[in-house]
Design a protein around this ligand. Structure first.
Ligand code: PCA
Length: 216
């Protein structure tokens, strides 16, 4: 059975919830033909990547899907690329405020997601949830985590692991006093994550599929 590492973030920037975790908690984990391990990650440049990289080596997942909040965006953004840059206007939850710092001095300038980003967007769009490919995960903690994970997989020759990042908008509860901001119902974000997981599972090699008689 494939193993999936799924991560969301703790709240940050004065919010009391983070839609990534709220949505992940509502997934029906037993409905997937896989083992899913999910964690809440600190919104901290260095601690986030340290935590997730440790989990990768402990759990040896086949798929890594990282989810984060992109407040103000109007759709589910399936990120295509992580860039080698930390540059922040606001401190992270540990007070760290990097300016124009490379994430890895000798690392590549960027790494592409190895999730099937186009199929994920297509399948989420089919159920009328707004969804697009995004070409920038920003330069804050989400991009840092995304880049660090892709770099680790590259450096350790773990290229068989499919990994990537999805940004999600605010949920309704976060915008009650800011109704001009876009938001989605939590259950729609949960459904989008569910579809992203299933689409990625479907894209795994035939060897894996062969171990699920029910899916052939
Ligand atoms: N979003 C932030 C960091 C944590 C989160 O949920 C970002 O987009 O970088």
């Amino acid at each position: 059975m494939p193993r999936i590492l799924l991560t969301g973030f703790e709240p940050f920037g004065g919010e009391t919830i983070n839609p990534s975790m709220e949505a992940i908690k509502q997934l029906n984990l037993s409905s997937f033909p896989s083992e899913i391990f999910f964690y809440q990650v600190p919104v901290a440049f260095y601690d986030s990547s340290k935590f997730v990289i440790e989990k990768i080596h402990e759990l040896r997942p086949d798929i890594i899907i990282m989810i984060g909040q992109a407040g103000g965006r109007k759709d589910i953004s399936v990120e295509r690329i992580a860039i080698n840059l930390d540059d922040s206007q606001v401190p992270d939850n540990n007070g760290v405020l990097p300016k124009d710092d490379p994430i890895s001095i000798f690392g590549e300038s960027g790494y592409f997601s190895t999730l099937p980003v186009k199929s994920i967007v297509e399948n989420i769009s089919k159920v009328h949830i707004p969804c697009h490919i995004s070409n920038s995960a920003g330069t804050y903690v989400c991009n840092h985590l995304f880049y660090s994970v892709m770099h680790e997989l590259h450096e350790r020759s773990m290229n068989h692991v499919k990994a990537g990042f999805i940004h999600v908008p605010y949920i309704k509860e976060q915008v009650v006093h800011r109704s001009h901001l876009f938001s989605l119902e939590t259950h729609l974000i949960t459904q989008a994550i569910d579809i992203a997981i299933r689409t990625t599972l479907d894209s795994l090699s035939i060897i894996y599929k062969a171990s699920y008689p029910a899916r052939i």
